[in-house]
Design a binder for this molecule. Structure first.
Ligand SMILES: Cc1cc2nc3c(=O)[nH]c(=O)nc-3n(C[C@H](O)[C@H](O)[C@H](O)COP(=O)(O)OP(=O)(O)OC[C@H]3O[C@@H](n4cnc5c(N)ncnc54)[C@H](O)[C@@H]3O)c2cc1C
Length: 353
């Protein structure tokens, strides 16, 4: 089942499936579970893992396991469904899933704010979160937004230029919440944390404001990029970004960095764009040296080299920047148990030898 189909079916029944991202129209629930997909609403609703109440899986040895039977509570030993969530198909094939649904959000509003520097992104988030229950808190830099605007489908949110932008979404069932949001906005303006902002006035405007964030990945496909999906604790985000920017300024000043992501979860998508005049093979060769440096900084802050896109083949060599050798050894043991013949997506995440 395509992710969007589940969202639509839930909606038709007056309910809501909250896991959502740019590829919802093509990705499948099985793939979402196998990668523990996150997306744009994690700050409020959590990752795919939170919405799985039970699984049917076929293990590598051909056994069919019916796990957890859709129950909310089941304290009878290890919760095996969680081993399959995020396992990238390396333990077995997920053939059925019991998914939990939620009530529909009411009267969603989107606010896009321009912020003068990265250090003010987190204070803005804290100020809003202290007052309002956010359903999303996303960010993108001016480079990333320009790529979307250049595609010609949507325009910049306001005339004032800002180096960074944040997009907040919240439910506004009563006028009161909207007033509260406006008050926080004014406080942020007074403190100099925000240079300008726009609040959605219609469903169409809400969708267009979301496109500024959601279309970034697609707009970058016109360029040659080196992509990373990394996360650190929210409290480390400003220092981490600063370290990365310093690294590029010192060693690769001609490279353009595009930052965007689910900043409310400490999850950053860093896309490094190939300079115009550099041949593609040379760019990829340099990226072979750049990636370990990025992951060293991720490790310095105890972060993750893959926040929500999995490991697969490309991140496999770097797994130990985020997981200890002992952890990888336990993972090998688990794979051996469920997939003794090594036939389930072999060679992904880690090698068995
Ligand atoms: C534009 C865009 C935006 C995105 N934004 C986000 C985002 O914000 N957050 C996020 O988390 N992800 C994001 N993604 C990635 C997205 O999570 C994945 O595309 C999706 O979750 C994977 O599902 P899929 O059906 O495409 O799986 P595939 O890509 O087909 O497979 C992914 C993995 O799951 C395994 N697998 C697939 N089906 C099963 C099954 N039934 N049983 C066992 N294993 C299986 C495969 O072997 C593979 O290892 C984005 C992708 C794009 C293209």
């Amino acid at each position: 089942m395509i992710t969007e189909q589940l969202q639509t079916i839930a909606e038709e029944k007056g309910l809501f499936y909250p896991v959502d991202f740019g590829s919802s129209g093509s990705s499948q629930i099985g793939g979402n579970i196998a990668t523990n997909a996150g997306g744009i609403k994690v700050i409020r609703y959590g990752m795919t893992r939170n919405w799985v109440l039970g699984l049917t899986v076929v293990t590598g040895s051909g056994e069919v396991l019916h796990i957890n039977n859709g129950m909310m509570k089941n304290a009878t030993g290890y919760a095996l469904q969680h081993l399959f969530i995020g396992s990238e198909g390396t333990l077995g094939v997920i053939t059925e899933a019991h998914m939990k649904l939620e009530r529909q959000p009411q009267n969603l509003q989107v606010l896009v704010l321009g912020v003068p520097d990265f250090d003010t992104v987190m204070p803005v988030m804290r100020e809003f979160r202290a007052q309002i229950d956010l359903t999303a808190f996303e960010f993108f830099d001016a480079n990333a937004m320009q790529k979307v605007v250049d595609c010609g489908h949507v325009s910049a949110p306001f005339v004032t230029k800002a180096p960074f932008y944040v997009l907040l979404e919240f439910e506004s069932p009563h006028e009161e919440t909207l007033n509260q949001a406006m008050q926080v906005f004014e406080v942020c303006m007074e403190k100099g944390w925000v240079v300008d902002g726009v609040l959605s006035q219609s469903l169409e405007q809400l969708k267009n404001l979301w496109r500024l964030r959601e279309d970034i990945t697609e707009s970058l496909s016109d360029y040659t990029t080196n992509k990373n999906d990394i996360s650190v604790l929210i409290s480390h985000v400003p220092a981490f970004i600063n370290d990365i920017e310093q690294f590029f300024a010192q060693h690769y000043a001609s490279f353009e960095t595009c930052w965007f992501g689910h900043i409310g979860d400490g999850n950053l998508h860093l896309n490094v764009v190939k300079p115009h005049d550099m041949p593609i093979p040379e760019f990829y060769e340099l990226c072979q040296h750049i990636n370990p440096k990025i992951f060293e900084l991720v490790a310095k802050y105890g972060g993750s080299i893959s926040a929500e896109h999995g490991v697969g083949l490309t991140k496999k060599p770097y797994l130990t920047y985020s997981r200890s050798h002992a952890e990888v050894e336990y993972m090998r043991g688990i794979k051996q148990l469920f997939d003794p013949n090594g036939i389930m997506n072999p060679g992904k995440i880690f090698d068995m030898a």
